[in-house]
Design a protein around this ligand. Structure first.
Ligand SMILES: Nc1nc2c(c(=O)[nH]1)N[C@H]1C(S)=C(S)[C@@H](COP(=O)(O)O)O[C@H]1N2
Ligand SMILES: [Mo]
Length: 423
């Protein structure tokens, strides 16, 4: 598995040597060196001497070659060409609240459906007055909305249920993305078809070879579900369901059917594979919870973390991370440096939207000693993110889905981070 880069110690030693050569006191509070002596500023660099690539060099822009390490990654035992295929968002390298389109984790059960939008249709059938079939063009004639939501797979952090396993938040928490969706409220097409008395549930079906199908309560469908065709201002990426995906705000990612082709209206749930043998929470006594739709409040420190160690010495240090709740907004995030003995409120920065990712920062003076970092989210309902032990006390140790327990990173005096658990 490609985890931490193992370069931490070397980088920090390099910095200390530089600081010593420049003389004690040359390092300012922010870590910047006093002017003079650094060839990176005193000498002409290659890019200062020549005309750069012209305006047409990349008609569709890509990140700097120096950012090529920022990419989706997978783990060896969940390979890309299997039914369990998943890769992970590099959350340790991102900032703000919006996930760039090319870095959104992917989870698909039969690969990416390659769909010609001109031949894509959405059918509404079942308990409706008028069964209807829409083209993409038809759908775009309904009034559109723009909304920002997180999508988290119910299995995110699932591999950590019995104890710390993966050394990096990309792998422990990276089955999440947060995007601005453009689309139409699902209620528009349901009203157009006309709901018959007795209509209580929907079955959403994908056009991929897996024909992913999930039952969704009608109440939720009419409340805030969307038929989305754009993410962050451009057409959905094929991986995210091009040309049409169901958006089910705050609820587990599995319900957000990609490549959406059919919605059947019925009077009861269908109990499909993905809502019975999969995506149900096994409890300690052998029973399972029937449905767990909402994603509970959760947070994680993304930097420092095992793939993003602290690469400077003691002094001003920035901790950052993300928090989200399927039940509303994030009211507060607390951070602890000592494994939960003392908690301090972090600083939330950026817009706070319902069922969207939130960004937090915590700035402090690191004394260079080892730390046990944790964050804990409190959402707008007052719910407090639990410890992993508290979750196990209620749900046993055989579960895997819906693990929103508090994550701990042990930081050593070299700034390296490791996935640990405090028991
Ligand atoms: N048609 C279809 N929709 C699907 C899936 C799939 O395999 N096929 N996977 C589901 C699962 S389990 C998750 S977590 C999300 C992942 O969305 P993403 O690939 O945009 O990250 O899509 C859901 N929708
Ligand atoms: Mo999922």
């Amino acid at each position: 598995m490609s985890g931490s880069d193992g370069k931490t110690g070397a980088t920090r030693r390099g910095f200390l040597k530089g600081a010593l050569a420049a003389g004690a006191g040359a390092v300012s509070a922010g870590g910047a060196e006093a002017a003079g002596g650094d060839p990176a500023i005193t000498e002409l660099q290659p890019w200062m001497r020549e005309f750069g690539p012209g305006v047409d060099a990349s008609p569709y822009g890509v990140p700097s070659e120096h950012e090529s390490h920022v990419r989706r990654r997978y783990v060896e035992w969940l390979r890309p060409d299997t039914i369990s295929a998943v890769n992970f968002t590099p959350i340790h390298q991102l900032d703000g609240i919006i996930t760039p389109n090319g870095l959104c984790f992917e989870r698909h059960h039969s690969g990416v459906a390659q769909i010609d939008p001109a031949r894509h249709r959405l059918m509404i059938n079942g308990l409706v007055e008028r069964p209807l079939v829409f083209t993409m063009e038809d759908l775009k004639r309904f009034p559109r909305e723009n909304r920002i939501y997180f999508l988290e797979c119910a299995a995110n952090s699932g591999m950590e249920w019995r104890g710390p396993q993966l050394n990096g938040c990309q792998f422990t928490h990276g089955m999440i993305h947060n995007l601005m969706y453009t689309g139409i409220p699902l209620s528009h097409v349901l009203n157009e078809a006309g709901l018959k008395p007795g209509a209580k549930w929907l079955l959403a079906e994908g056009a991929d070879a897996a024909a992913m199908t999930r039952s969704i309560p009608l109440e939720k469908a009419l409340d805030d579900c969307m038929l989305a065709f754009a993410m962050n201002g451009e057409a959905l990426r094929p991986e995210q369901g091009y040309p049409l995906r169901l958006v089910v705000p705050g609820w587990e990612g599995n319900m957000w059917i990609k490549w959406l082709r059919r919605i059947e209206v019925g009077d009861r749930p269908w109990h499909q594979r993905e809502e019975t043998s999969k995506y149900t929470d096994l409890l300690g006594d052998g029973r399972t919870r029937r449905f767990t739709f909402e994603m509970d409040a959760k947070s994680v420190i993304t930097s420092p973390s095992p793939q993003a160690p602290i690469t400077h010495g003691p002094g001003p240090t920035v901790i950052t991370g993300i928090a989200w709740s399927g039940r509303g907004t994030i009211a507060r995030v607390d951070v602890t440096l000592d494994g939960g003995i003392n908690w301090q409120p972090a600083r939330l920065s950026g817009p706070s939207f319902d069922k969207s990712m939130h960004r937090f920062y915590f700035e402090f003076d690191w004394d260079g000693r080892p730390m046990l970092l944790q964050s804990r989210a409190i959402d707008s309902t007052g719910y407090v993110q639990p410890t992993k032990d508290a979750l196990r006390a209620v749900r046993g140790v055989s579960s895997g889905y819906h693990n929103n327990g508090i994550q701990t990173w042990a930081i050593d005096s070299d700034g390296r981070a490791e996935n640990v658990e405090i028991t």
